[in-house]
Design a protein around this ligand. Structure first.
Ligand SMILES: [Zn+2]
Length: 150
């Protein structure tokens, strides 16, 4: 993908971001555009869009949020929990609006197989197709999400 000026400053911002430990890029040496492109390729192989995934993730978050911190069944095979945290973060794309720091954890019942995301990572997947760099705290592999949510 050709990098416009907007995405270049984003690259620097995301790398030095102290909003999340290690920033949103982790130790990933690729550019933000390359990370987004590679994940978009993976998603197209998997036959699902970032928006579709995000919409399923949002359903899980909304369902689990109603249980107020307790594990709750979101479908016959999975349970999820939402940790409410105080505060909110802005999107690095500099949108208006802030995203709660709450974290959703989903688990395949009776296993240690878990995935987690924050409200901000959900938004970045939904609006920007950005799953974060490898090694970032909230990086979730598109394939792992598809496996867990479909
Ligand atoms: Zn945004």
């Amino acid at each position: 993908m050709r990098q416009g000026p907007e995405i270049e400053h984003l690259d620097a911002d995301l790398r030095r971001s102290t909003l999340v430990a290690g920033g949103f890029m982790g130790a990933d040496p690729r550019s933000v555009a390359d990370v987004i492109d590679a994940d978009a390729g993976e998603l197209s192989r998997l036959g699902v869009t970032a928006r579709e995934l995000a919409s399923r993730m949002r359903e899980v978050t909304n369902q689990a949020a109603r249980a107020q911190g307790v594990w709750t069944e979101v479908d016959p095979e999975h349970e999820a929990q939402v940790d409410e945290a105080r505060g909110a973060l802005p999107c690095p794309w500099r949108h208006r609006g802030r995203y709660f720091k709450r974290i959703t954890t989903i688990r395949r019942k009776g296993s240690d197989d878990i995935l987690r995301w924050s409200d901000l990572s959900l938004h970045m997947i939904d609006a920007h197709g950005f799953f974060e760099g490898k090694g970032s705290m909230f990086r979730v592999e598109p394939a792992a999400l598809v496996q867990m949510l479909y």
